[in-house]
Design a binder for this molecule. Structure first.
Ligand SMILES: [Zn+2]
Length: 104
């Protein structure tokens, strides 16, 4: 599969994840049928989802940047040091825009 195809698939997945997570992070309704503990669970779950939502939005941003880089034929170069990003790293994270040395 081409990198572009992989990135587009990942982009669509990220968009879908964001939609799902936005749904999951809607304000918790003060439902009287929920026990105290259950409500705490719901709130804990919600904050976890909020974290996932932020991560998914960040991922989408990176994927979009990578797609743009691909179009500009700048794909695979570190945005920080301009060195080539290793193929192993790109295989693991196709939307990586920072090389392994700069990512730490
Ligand atoms: Zn770098």
């Amino acid at each position: 599969m081409s990198i572009q195809k992989t990135l587009i698939e990942q982009k669509n997945k990220a968009i879908k994840d964001i939609e799902d997570l936005k749904e999951a992070t809607k304000p918790v309704k003060p439902d009287v049928s929920l026990g105290r503990l259950t409500r705490m669970d719901v709130i804990a779950q919600k904050s976890m989802n909020e974290e996932s939502l932020r991560a998914a939005e960040m991922r989408l941003k990176k994927i979009k940047r990578a797609i743009k880089a691909l179009e500009d034929e700048e794909y695979g170069f570190c945005l920080n040091c301009e060195e080539e990003i290793s193929t192993a790293r790109l295989k693991a994270i196709p939307y990586a825009t920072i090389c392994i040395n700069c990512s730490g």
